[in-house]
Design a protein around this ligand. Structure first.
Ligand SMILES: [Zn+2]
Length: 319
């Protein structure tokens, strides 16, 4: 027998053995589980099998962020901070040097370099505003910047196309939903509610402030009580707290209500994006009897009323 022929036979034999081995493993997995309907509903749970998630995001990076972040740190809360890099170091804004220190443990995210109304400027300017902000904030924070908040909450299709091309993976609007749904369009990420609702939006209107504040706490309490999968996503600005009323006290009251709660998954906005993407990228067998998690994140799911933890890079049976 020629040596090449012998080699081919050896390879064929090896392939057969390997395939036989795989078939046995698959058969073992299938028979152990019996037949599970592929219509079995798979629900996402948050890390740790939790059903509540909290996102706090604040825009502009003005000096009041120092006090706000200190307060958040006191209550063990994490936030996402959308910053305008060209404004840093100017009056009432943080300096570039303190970005790394002030936001340690929090997410630094883009808000454009100069805070223009994006639908009003040219495509080239949008490219500059978002690309430059990303670049400079990455340099200052030492971390990747993969998200943003639209200045004034404004965007259009052209803006979305450009920021997508710049590697921006989520963009928060200012359109409050007053609900706890999980966003499915990350570049049109509508938050739950502005800090204290629309209290203080109109000056010298204590009646309205009272009504809006009550509405805000009602939303927070509803979130704390619900059993459904819920995301509370509160946005605002630290500098608002320096305005009329006793807003710093209100802020602390709110932080106290939501802090150190074992039922809540505390996350940055990009943290939740990564988690949702890892969940969406789970690979299920046709009969949903086993699943593979290709990501580097622990993913928790609910199936047949039971919670499963799918460890990173692993395949597990769902029985
Ligand atoms: Zn802003």
């Amino acid at each position: 027998m020629k040596s090449e022929t012998r080699l081919i036979i050896v390879i064929l034999a090896l392939v057969t053995v390997i395939n036989y081995g795989n078939a046995q493993t698959n058969a073992a997995i299938a028979s152990k589980n019996g037949v599970i309907s592929s219509r079995e509903k798979v629900e996402m749970l948050f890390p740790g099998g939790k059903t509540k998630a909290l996102i706090l995001s604040f825009d502009d990076g003005m000096v009041a962020d120092r006090r706000l972040v200190r307060l958040m740190n006191e209550y063990g809360l994490i936030g996402t901070f959308h910053l305008n890099s060209n404004k840093l170091g100017t009056k009432d804004y943080l300096t570039k040097e303190e970005i790394k220190v002030v936001y340690k443990g929090h997410e630094v995210s883009a808000h454009t370099a100069n805070h223009p109304n994006l639908p009003d400027i040219s495509r080239e300017e949008v490219l500059y505003e978002v690309g430059e902000d990303r670049r400079e904030l990455e340099r200052l924070s030492g971390n990747l910047v993969r998200g943003m908040a639209y200045p004034f909450g404004n965007y259009n299709d052209s803006v979305i196309e450009i920021i997508n091309g710049l590697g921006i993976e989520y963009a928060r609007t200012v359109k409050d939903t007053y609900s706890f749904g999980i966003p499915n369009e990350f570049l049109k990420w509508h938050p739950t509610i502005h800090q204290f609702g629309k209290a203080y939006f109109t000056p010298d209107n204590p009646e309205n402030d009272k009504k809006e504040l009550a509405g805000f706490y009602q939303v927070v309490n509803h979130f704390l009580k619900t059993d459904s999968l819920a995301l509370l996503d509160v946005w605002g600005h630290s500098w608002e707290n320096d305005g009329a009323g006793d807003r710093w006290t209100e802020m602390e009251k709110f932080f106290k209500m939501v802090s150190r709660n074992p039922e809540i998954y505390y996350t940055t906005q990009i943290g939740l994006v990564d988690y949702i993407n890892a969940f969406k990228n789970l690979k299920f067998s046709v009969d949903k009897s086993f699943v593979t998690n290709l990501s580097s994140i622990n993913v928790f799911i609910k199936m047949k009323g039971e919670a499963f933890n799918i460890e990173p890079g692993s395949t597990r049976l769902l029985d």
